[in-house]
Design a protein around this ligand. Structure first.
Ligand SMILES: [Ca+2]
Ligand SMILES: [Ca+2]
Ligand SMILES: [Ca+2]
Length: 306
């Protein structure tokens, strides 16, 4: 079945030439606008069904925002555009509301503690209408290093993690432990998880996405596949959108991928961060990735309120 590729893409090309000097002839931080297609990827049986639905005539294209580069400036403008596209205010811990958006920066007001891995992660369930789960041990908030518990470097017993990740919002990042998969489920804020909800859009910041690395056909290593992706599912569990997160070479880079539909239709999001569970060194065989800020549309009840 023919795939639809009429996805409207809003991209930012950020050129950071001093850092990119080894990448010629063009700067790497080209956002993969035209390379973006719908991908019914994944290994679950639901994906196979979703793939068929994806390519049907009822497919609705979201607007896609993406950027990657060596520092905060590389993605800042794209995130600002994404906030505008989500419309309305950042509702913080207030609400529920009929419009606007929610944001989570994992920073707890600027603390540097490492939170013990837990799933489901319900810290923002009642206040901001999002619950996070993983198939691993749990989900943790941590600075790359330091703080009373030592941050990611101690959590994963790998000192290199203190230097290869950076934050979009200091000081903490978010990560699954013993897994590279995080799922987001939405509920009406204030309902403490009792009223299922859907959102119009979801976006996330990632740090140190190395793949795809741009090696093309003919290279003895072949094309190295993407490591990091966001998949969005509808209220019936069907896959409604999937895309890779753009990469940037080196360590400590920041990437952003966000999508927004014209209406609330995303009930669940699956994030694959990196191609391996954190622990090993970030090297030629493992692309380890951490997450930072999440942004999403104000959760709206799946069932209309009477
Ligand atoms: Ca943060
Ligand atoms: Ca790296
Ligand atoms: Ca990496």
């Amino acid at each position: 079945m023919k795939k639809r590729t009429n996805i409207q893409v809003v991209s930012r090309r950020q050129q950071q030439r001093p850092v990119m000097k080894f990448l010629k002839p063009m700067p790497f931080v080209v956002v993969l606008g035209i390379g973006l297609t719908l991908m019914g990827c994944g290994d679950g049986s639901d994906d196979g069904m979703a793939r068929a639905q994806n390519t049907g005539t009822d497919f609705v294209a979201p607007t896609v925002f993406q950027a990657a580069g060596p520092d905060i400036a590389s993605i800042q403008n794209t995130i600002e555009q994404y906030r505008i596209a989500l419309k309305g205010n950042n509702n913080g811990n207030d609400g529920p509301h009929s419009d606007g958006r929610r944001e989570i920066n994992w920073d707890g007001g600027g603390v540097d503690t490492t939170t013990a891995p837990v799933t489901p992660f319900n810290t923002f369930l009642n206040t901001r209408g999002a619950q996070f789960t993983t198939t691993g041990t749990g989900l943790s908030q941590a600075p790359p290093s330091g703080g009373p518990q030592g941050g990611l470097a101690t959590l994963f017993n790998n000192p290199t993690y203190g230097t290869i990740f950076s934050t979009f919002s200091p000081k903490r990042l978010f990560t699954p432990v013993d897994s590279n998969v995080t799922e987001a489920h939405f509920f009406v804020p204030g309902s403490n998880g009792t009223v299922a909800a859907k959102v119009s859009g979801f976006g996330a910041v990632f740090t140190d996405v190395d793949l795809p690395d741009g090696s093309g056909p003919g290279n003895k290593n072949g094309n190295r596949q993407s490591s990091t992706r966001i998949e969005c599912f509808g209220t019936g569990g069907e896959l409604i959108f999937s895309s890779l997160v753009p990469a940037s070479p080196g360590d400590g880079s920041l990437s952003f991928l966000g999508i927004v539909f014209t209406d609330a239709r995303i009930a669940r999001v699956r994030i694959t961060s990196g191609d391996a569970s954190p622990g090993p060194n970030d090297d030629g065989t493992h692309d380890i990735v951490m997450m930072d800020d999440f942004l999403y549309g104000e959760p709206q009840p799946v069932q209309p309120t009477p």
